[in-house]
Write a protein that binds this ligand. Structure first.
Ligand code: ADP
Ligand code: ZN
Length: 204
């Protein structure tokens, strides 16, 4: 089974992806994680990606498609979960040419809670655990004790443009996959466990 996780920034794709990976045998491919890896390693792709990511814009399709093709090949072209890709119609059409998709799960969250969720998000530098700042005691990771940090693109100025990009370029994918009969919408307003309960109903 090949699936796509859709949803606005802050909808909880990453949180659900972790649970799906643990409970189903699907390889997690997150374009955001791949770009962050490149940025840490200061590769050419990383340097280029940083200039777009810090402004809240999409990395050009040509570059994004290249890293996705590599990740798909590494995954053996099957049993994968795409998180953060596709993000516009051009990417979706390119994907349709290289591999078949079975289900698309759209995690739906009220627009007005997204900014609060994203700006409050903190990530562990050691293990990658992500949570909301309100859940932290003493600013350290509850899983491993590592230092928690805010992503550079989770600052309010950048979040505004990410949400605009989502509305203009990514939201049209809902119709795109609905017309292919692959779309499943999940209510993303509950707790992570509640949302995962809905995801299970879709994945079986
Ligand atoms: P979120 O879903 O919370 O916005 P991601 O980690 O998926 O966060 O993405 C972070 C940034 O990486 C995006 O704002 C964008 O700049 C870049 N990016 C990720 N995926 C793509 C993609 N498919 N196409 C273009 N840019 C992307
Ligand atoms: Zn940690």
């Amino acid at each position: 089974m090949n699936i796509i996780l859709l949803g606005a920034p802050g909808a909880g794709k990453g949180t659900q992806a972790t649970r799906i990976e643990e409970n189903y045998n699907l390889k997690h491919i997150s374009t955001g994680d791949i770009f962050r890896h490149h940025m840490r390693q200061q590769t050419e792709v990383g340097m280029l990606a940083r200039s777009y990511i810090k402004k809240g814009q999409l990395v050009p399709d040509e570059v994004t498609l290249r890293i996705v093709e590599i990740a798909l090949k590494d995954a053996g072209m099957k049993d994968f979960m795409l998180d953060g890709f596709p993000r516009n119609i051009n990417q979706a059409e390119a994907l349709d040419k290289i591999v078949g998709i079975d289900k698309v799960i759209d995690i739906s969250v009220d627009f007005d809670v997204l900014t609060e969720r994203i700006c409050g998000r903190r990530n562990c530098l050691e293990c990658g655990y992500t949570t909301h700042v309100s859940q932290l005691k003493g600013g350290v990771c509850p899983k491993c004790g590592g230092e928690m940090q805010q992503r550079m693109d989770d600052k309010e100025e950048t979040v505004k443009s990410r949400l605009t990009v989502y509305s203009e370029q990514t939201a049209p994918l809902i119709e795109y996959y609905k017309s292919q009969g692959k779309l499943f919408t999940v209510d993303g307003m509950g707790t992570p466990d509640e949302v995962f309960g809905e995801v299970r109903k879709v994945l079986g």
